[in-house]
Write a protein that binds this ligand. Structure first.
Ligand code: ADP
Length: 482
């Protein structure tokens, strides 16, 4: 096994120095596969955050005006450093987060790919020369980095979520104060180490661990922080939007989802099962784009359920580091309790467990991959995010019924549908109120395309050419009297 010790940072990066909390307080980080302690990270608060903001603001004076070619070179070096350390970073990620190693390797690779993407895309971040209404004037639209960015990331993708925020920020010339999730701080701190190694100037990237409320509060209160980018729960996202109002920050939010996965009678059944497995059980169901609700048309329903059940039985559960593991432990006890609560709610309302349904014999936070049929709109998982390895299968008759049920949620992040009817595909595109739509595909995230939700799933896009927009301000300049 490759050692990750050289990337295990137990201090925070503030203004180019590695430091502990002012009062020496620490947080214990555990491995969800074993419950054992991995190590300790600083429990920082407002004072340390304010120093990080000051360092980022001071670094912005020069980094914000640095040569484009220099920023591109640094990003390319960061991409290479990530890939050179892919195996160690993946081991570290699995240790703190629990996902199978093959998924962790994939996460490091896509994180590196985002960095490379933004290194390329910033070279095309053009302004505009606008036709002027009179001959004595010339009108220009120019683009500039927004300034200091606060980046707050969740535990389910502790590495790649940071990539989608650091990539465009560093490409644009912004400086960053990042706060990784408390459960999974090491992947984020490792980014600090690698950015330092490839030569980013002191203060350009600052990484803090500790009290979410205190660090978040200091970031939101500061007039120097011009933008906040957040991935996490809708509840915390709403708090941050409220808190950012006083200093009118730019805001991008990647919040919760409640993804429908619609299987029509004319679908390729085997392809639908393959897509269903990845859209549901990836990261043990703990992603905001994971399927929350399967809607299956009456004619194909029983065949789909049988194949889904069989494929679910085959999922190997175990520690992420064990060869062949497809399902690791859930992140914590609260996540297991939530899945149990959703299953018992469904059973009390007439649902049937056709696979799994219990804690796994491995103990800890392992849970059996589960399938519940007979799902109805009054069950809690119809409206709440499951975030666990539980497939809820609803039956439907008509396309209109499926689209309307799919849209009956406050969320609007990802939706999936399997069909071979071309006209229907375009009706789905127009009818589904979702920011990401997978047709005959269960995994659609890619650096080239904009990732982001509608409705209460958030605002702003990450990736694609749109992924830079939130990190650049435009200025309009009119030159008159020519
Ligand atoms: P989840 O735990 O489902 O990923 P959360 O929204 O609870 O979602 O957490 C996402 C990130 O937001 C984590 O880094 C967490 O520490 C942080 N966070 C939680 N509460 C606050 C808050 N009040 N202010 C700022 N950040 C917060």
């Amino acid at each position: 096994m490759t050692s990750y010790k050289h990337l295990l940072c137990e201090e925070n990066l503030i203004g180019g120095g590695w430091v502990g909390a002012d009062n020496g307080s620490k947080i214990t980080v555990t491995d969800p596969a074993t419950g054992k302690t991995i190590g300790h990270v600083p429990n920082c608060g407002r004072a340390e955050t304010n120093r990080a903001i000051a360092a980022a603001a001071s670094a912005f004076d020069s980094f914000g005006r640095s040569d484009l070619s220099q920023r591109v070179k640094l990003l390319q070096a960061l991409h290479d450093a990530l890939m050179d350390n892919q195996e160690a970073l993946a081991q570290l990620l699995t240790a703190e987060q629990g996902k199978p190693l093959f998924e962790a390797r994939g996460e490091i690779a896509i994180g590196a790919a985002y960095i490379r993407w933004f290194a390329e895309e910033i070279r095309r971040a053009k302004g505009e020369i606008v036709p002027a209404p009179t001959g004595d004037r010339r009108l220009f639209v120019t683009r500039h980095p927004v300034g200091v960015v606060a980046a707050i990331t969740p535990w389910n993708f502790p590495s790649s979520m940071l990539a989608r925020k650091l990539g465009p920020a560093l490409a644009a010339g912004c400086t960053v104060v990042a706060k990784p999730a408390t459960n999974t701080p090491y992947s984020g701190l490792a980014w600090g180490k690698l950015t330092e190694e490839v030569g980013y100037p002191a203060g350009v990237i600052n990484i803090l661990t500790g009290s979410a409320r205190d660090i978040g509060g200091a970031l939101m209160d500061s007039p120097h922080v011009r933008k906040v980018t957040f991935t996490g729960s809708t509840e915390v996202g709403k708090t941050l939007i409220r808190q950012s109002a006083d200093t009118v920050k730019k805001v991008s939010m990647e919040l919760g989802g409640n993804a429908p996965f619609i299987v029509f009678d004319d679908a390729d059944l085997d392809a639908a099962i393959e897509g269903a497995m990845i859209a549901k059980y990836r990261n043990m169901g703990q992603t905001c784009v994971c399927t929350n609700r399967f809607y299956v048309q009456a004619g194909i329903h029983d065949a789909f359920v049988e194949k889904l059940r069989a494929a679910t039985t085959d999922l190997q559960v175990g520690a992420g580091t064990e060869p062949g593991t497809m399902q690791g432990p859930l992140i914590n006890e609260a996540a297991v309790a939530k899945v149990e609560e959703l299953i018992s709610d469904a059973l009390s309302k007439g649902g049937n467990v056709v696979e799994g349904g219990q804690r796994h014999a491995l103990g800890g936070t392992y849970f059996q991959p589960t399938v519940v049929t007979g799902a109805t709109a009054d069950m809690s998982f119809a409206t709440e995010e499951i975030f666990g390895p539980l497939s809820a299968v609803f039956r439907f008759e008509t396309e209109e019924e499926a689209i309307s049920a799919a849209n009956a949620t406050e969320f609007g992040l990802a939706a999936y549908a399997y069909t071979r009817d071309l006209a229907r595909i375009f009706r789905l595109n127009e009818g589904l109120q979702y920011g990401l739509i997978g047709i005959n595909a269960g995994l659609i995230t890619t650096v080239e395309a904009p990732f982001g939700g509608l409705k209460q799933s958030g605002m702003g896009k990450e990736g694609g050419s749109q992924g830079l927009d939130d990190y650049l301000e435009s200025k309009y300049m009119c030159v008159a009297g020519l």
